[in-house]
Design a binder for this molecule. Structure first.
Ligand code: ATP
Ligand code: CA
Ligand code: CA
Length: 178
């Protein structure tokens, strides 16, 4: 085929959304609405989970509760282009980068990028917190419980079933928030 450039194949990805400042569900909705024009086709989206903020230092007051959700998507963007887009969308929501795990309007992480397994300073895939965080596993299981996590020999549902405390930090579920 002369002169034709084959379009890059789409990869299935999973994105985690989180936030605990301002109109967080509004931020999630704006992100999901903005993605298609930026080369990311949104697929299934989880329920939204209300989650208690972690206390980082003993004696500190916990920050406001979080909202967390997970979305499936398909994209031809390369991993770092997708990461840059996530950071741009965080900035659009007024995310301030104060210190690690500070309260935030929007956090947008790449949980999984196809079958990619990589560990670099700016990008670890799958996301290193995935298996340890109920507020990620629970919404991920809404989207695809049978998904085998690349690099781990377990599905999302299996990780969830083996999670030590099935209620850790999750206060309630909001269905139909989109
Ligand atoms: P955590 O990574 O523990 O969820 P966080 O989301 O609060 O913490 P941020 O301050 O938002 O951390 O991001 C810190 C850095 O993490 C980013 O600059 C980015 O380069 C890096 N990073 C590594 N892997 C990923 C990934 N899979 N998705 C998003 N960011 C990632
Ligand atoms: Ca995060
Ligand atoms: Ca992040």
């Amino acid at each position: 085929v002369t002169g034709a450039i084959a379009p890059a194949a789409e990869v299935r990805v999973f994105l985690a959304m989180g936030g605990n400042l301002g109109d967080v569900l509004g931020a999630f909705r704006r992100v999901l609405a903005a993605l298609p024009a930026r080369g990311v086709r949104v697929g299934r989206v989880s329920h939204a989970y209300r989650t208690r903020a972690m206390v980082l230092h003993l004696g500190d007051e916990p920050g406001p509760d979080y909202w967390n959700a997970v979305s499936e998507a398909h994209t031809a963007l390369a991993p770092r282009a997708l990461l840059a887009l996530c950071q741009e969308l965080e900035d659009d929501e007024g995310r301030e980068r104060v210190r690690k795990w500070a309260d935030r309007t929007l956090d947008l992480d790449i949980l999984v990028y196809g079958d990619r397994v990589t560990e670099e300073p700016d990008l670890t895939l799958p996301h290193p917190g995935l298996a340890k965080r109920l507020f990620v596993l629970q919404p991920f299981a809404d989207v695809d419980p049978d998904f085998p996590i690349p690099g781990l020999s377990q599905t999302v549902g299996q990780l969830l079933a083996r999670f030590p405390d099935r209620n850790a930090g999750i206060e309630y579920v909001m269905r139909g928030w989109l």
